[in-house]
Design a protein. Sequence first.
Length: 201
Amino acid sequence: MNARPGRAAFQTGFRTLFLFAALACLPAEAYSQAPPDGGYAWQTYSTLHCVIKYQDEADLERFNDALNFNPTLLGLSPQFNISESDDVTTRLSKKVDSLFERTQVLLDMRRNMPQVVLLVYKDYVQVQSVFNTYFANTPGTAPRSWYVFEYRSVYINLSDLFPGMLAHEMAHHIIDHYLQVRPAAGSAEMLAVFVEKNLFD
């Protein structure tokens, strides 16, 4: 005859399971901290969905130019339409926020979630230095871009950037903050690649 666990054992097991589930569901704000950024002289401004960290006004222009699309192509709210009178900050805000919302639509993961921090580096030399200093166990080749859940941060460089790449990294942020339990890295990567490939379809 199979012995059945006693009530006390069941309650202990349930409490343990509940604790792990509760920790897994903590909002990102409960454990996020300032992202390691290389100590550059950052300027910051916020959009609806993003916090953009950049080093000078020229970088904002380059960032806007790298996102060489019109948000109207994404079929979203007219609030993202760009007008001739918009300055570079307004244009860039509409572009990054429309990319974020388009990514939510493609993933069918639409709800309020924390802003994602976009760390905008001038070139690959800067981003390589940050990667090797803070993220590599041993010095190596940095990815073209990457997302770090613990800091809610995307690391990008202006010498190698296009809309699909940024949407890919945004997808990781959205997936990690939509699901109660973060998926396996391979599964999340498949979804992020899907977003990148189908962004303008």
